[in-house]
Design a protein. Structure first.
Length: 375
């Protein structure tokens, strides 16, 4: 009795999965699209790291570090223009960061620091105040603080050294203070524009349908429309006047099934093959075999007969062997799904590199309906 109930339960679950395949695992709109105007902005700056234990830039080989150090000392009231600066405790660095959308003045962001000269390591260094500028050459943040380095480098007097990771790059958690905000008045926007990260006609239409159904159904009219494969425009409904944040929160939580083209990505260097679920193959028979030819040279010494006044010579002797692994034809039915295609190829017992050749041959024969991209 229990086994019958269990079988009936499994059958009902299988039927539900067959009738509603999109109910499970569908991504949210916030995971497949971005709201136009709500994005990060890249910042970059040039600065100095001090406090290095002799692992900084060589001032003779890095003139920009010398000039920056002299200019900094001049601003602090130290006349170093005529001095002989010869220290390896300073390094010139590039500082990069991403300014989040709607970052308020006074908030902190993470920064990445990378050596610009011939410094061997930035371990133990302290970044001095460094302005971070955007593409418009305006200063939006100032970075400063001690570096956290993931790698290390050690060496001995004999010249041997050990390096692990990248000791010339590090991060400063919350190391930059936002000085200027990016103004974007989202509350007064009359419409929203969603940009798909992977443009597709079907996915864009599904997003528009999901938004229209969520915001009132057909009776409320269509507030969302797909203008092209990469954009969906949403007009602000009357119910969300002045509450654009609430509208975005409701839209981004909607689940939409993503449609993707049939594509096979091949990395010939590492032998990695990635196939999408929409890959289909026509009815085809595949045979695969390996031919191995081994040539073995075993030279022998030929001795002359006694009292023949001959010479001892080396006589080459070759042994040639041919080994062929014969594989029968494996039939792959047409119109099958990805699982059947993989099972058919695995039935041949081929390696990933042989499978790459088979997939390319199937594409040449016109038996596979997918786009093959070789990395």
């Amino acid at each position: 009795m229990i086994s019958r109930i269990a079988c009936a339960l499994l059958a009902s679950v299988a039927a539900m999965a067959a009738t509603a395949p999109l109910a499970f695992g569908a991504p949210r709109i916030k995971d497949i699209a971005d709201f136009e105007g709500v994005r990060e902005n890249q910042l970059v700056g040039y600065g100095l790291v001090v406090g290095l234990a002799g692992t900084g830039d060589s001032l003779r080989n890095a003139p920009f570090t010398r000039q920056s150090l002299a200019a900094m000392l001049e601003r602090l009231g130290v006349n170093a223009s005529n001095g002989n600066l010869n220290t390896r405790n300073v390094a010139a660095v590039m500082v990069t960061s991403n300014l989040p959308a709607f970052a308020a003045q006074g908030s902190r962001i993470d920064v990445t620091v990378s050596a610009l000269g011939d410094a061997r390591s930035l371990a133990g260094g302290q970044l001095l105040a460094t302005p971070l500028m955007g593409a418009d050459q305006q200063v939006y943040a100032v970075a400063q603080g001690p570096l956290a380095i993931g790698g290390f480098s050690a060496g001995g007097a004999s010249g041997s050294s050990v390096t692990r990771g990248v000791p010339t790059a590090g991060r400063i958690a919350s190391g930059a203070l936002v000085e200027k905000e990016l103004t974007f008045d989202i509350a007064n926007q009359r419409e929203l524009r969603l940009a798909l990260r992977n443009p597709d006609f079907t996915t864009a239409q599904r997003i528009a349908q999901a938004i229209n159904q969520s915001l009132g159904g057909p009776s409320a009219g269509a507030v969302a429309r797909a203008t092209n494969p990469g954009a969906v425009v949403v007009a602000r409904p009357q119910a969300f006047n002045g509450d654009m944040v609430g509208l975005i929160a409701q839209i981004e939580s909607l689940e939409v099934s993503v449609d993707a083209p049939a594509r096979i990505v091949i990395d010939e260097t590492s032998g990695v093959i990635v196939m999408g679920e929409n890959v289909r193959v026509s009815t085809v028979a595949i045979a695969q075999g390996n031919l191995t030819i081994t040539v073995d040279e075993q030279p022998r010494v030929s001795q002359p007969a006694p009292l023949s006044q001959g010479e001892t010579v080396v006589v080459p002797q070759s042994s040639v062997q041919v080994e062929e692994t014969r594989g029968g034809l494996a039939m792959v039915e047409g119109g099958v799904h990805l699982r059947k295609l993989v099972d058919g190829l695995n039935a041949l017992g081929v390696s990933p590199r042989d499978m790459i050749s088979i997939l390319q041959a199937l594409k040449t024969a016109g038996a596979i309906q997918a786009e093959i991209e070789v990395m």
